[in-house]
Design a protein around this ligand. Structure first.
Ligand SMILES: NC(=O)c1ccc[n+]([C@@H]2O[C@H](COP(=O)([O-])OP(=O)(O)OC[C@H]3O[C@@H](n4cnc5c(N)ncnc54)[C@H](O)[C@@H]3O)[C@@H](O)[C@H]2O)c1
Length: 264
């Protein structure tokens, strides 16, 4: 790998596994000192240790991002350990399937807290440090559902739609501080989170790979596909990119075949 993030400190939420872990791993491999935040303590510690074993800089801070105080402590952990903050990946997410009639108040609230409010808190606490660093990059891990929803992801689609709106609003608000804010659409990836949900609906990992063959480029996306996009948006190569929606979905969200592509 090149060293496109040398000298930068990057915080990634939901980094114990899946897309978040790969974003942290790849950012560290590109020279960043990374801070991993996640509710899963043991897994998060192991994730950071794995990055360190590759010869790169990483620490883990346990954090339940539904709790404002934990979000503040996570940002402070970056400052305490590395002295500054240059980049942020708001990646933590939870995507339980639920149609309108199945969406209880509790489910709605939790989906909003994990997918949207956590990004608001972390961003709010991070921005003063990004300002102090004379600019920075905020990457919000969005979803196809933030643009066009699926019937069984009512609350999640609303949260990811909110995240898109917050991305655009803050891109404008923070431009004078040279803080860029962008949104990635990571297509469809067989992460632990996605596999758990699919298994709950009676589908196997093989079913998922078979469904992936119907996607525009004949396969599901990977955590690496999403992380490459995150590293680009965190790097100075994207210095003129803000308020952007970066689709890493093989065009799936733009093409007419999308509607019957996803199970559920
Ligand atoms: N996998 C996909 O196909 C896909 C598609 C589109 C968007 N996304 C988005 O990408 C992001 C990552 O998804 P993934 O597939 O890697 O999921 P995942 O479930 O494998 O990982 C999500 C991580 O977030 C953490 N997390 C959940 N709730 C938390 C909380 N309250 N506090 C702290 N951490 C918490 C989990 O512990 C986990 O490590 C999510 O925002 C998701 O919505 C995923």
């Amino acid at each position: 790998m090149s060293q496109r993030l040398t000298g930068k400190v990057v915080l990634v939420t939901g980094a114990a596994q899946g897309i978040g872990f790969e974003c942290a791993r790849m950012a560290a491999a590109e020279g960043a000192s990374v801070v991993l935040g996640d509710i899963q303590k043991e897994r998060g510690e192991k994730a950071a240790a794995k990055i360190r074993a590759e010869g790169n800089q990483a620490i883990f801070q346990p954090a339940d991002l539904t709790d404002e105080a934990h979000c503040s402590a996570l940002v402070e952990a970056a400052i305490k350990n590395f002295g500054k903050l240059n980049g942020l990946v708001n990646n933590a997410g939870w995507f339980p399937r639920a149609r309108l009639e199945e969406t209880t108040t509790e489910l709605w609230e939790k989906v909003m807290q994990v997918n949207l409010r956590s990004a608001f808190y972390i961003t709010k606490f991070a921005v003063p440090y990004l300002r102090a660093a004379r600019g920075g990059s905020i990457v919000n891990m969005g979803s196809i559902n933030g643009i066009q929803g699926l019937p069984n992801l009512v609350a999640y689609a609303a949260a990811k739609g909110g995240l898109l709106s917050m991305t655009r609003t803050l891109a404008g608000a923070l431009a004078p501080d040279r803080i860029r804010v962008n949104y990635i659409i990571p297509g469809w990836i067989a992460t632990e989170g996605e596999l758990t949900i699919q298994k709950g609906e009676g589908r196997t990992a093989q079913d998922l790979q078979n469904a992936g063959k119907r996607l525009p480029f004949g396969r599901m996306q990977t955590v690496q596909d999403a992380a490459y996009a995150a590293v680009f948006l965190l790097s100075d190569e994207s210095a003129q990119v803000t308020a952007a929606v970066l689709n890493v979905d093989a065009g799936g969200s733009m093409l007419p075949i999308q509607n019957d592509m996803y199970p559920g």
